[in-house]
Design a protein. Sequence first.
Length: 67
Amino acid sequence: MRKSITTIIIALSLLFLFSTVMAGPNLAIPEPSFDFGYVPQHAKISHVFWLHSTGDSTLVITKVTPG
């Protein structure tokens, strides 16, 4: 009985430690890509991508590279 309680306490401690380490800023992109379909040459097109900060810290974006 004592061994199982100790095992449960250790498992819960590790779970808490793991969740604390993994916490921080996180970026969610609901629509990571968009298909414009057929686009004539020299046409000006645009699309808005919404980004959501879902973490528990401040998210700092320092560089954006379109691809």
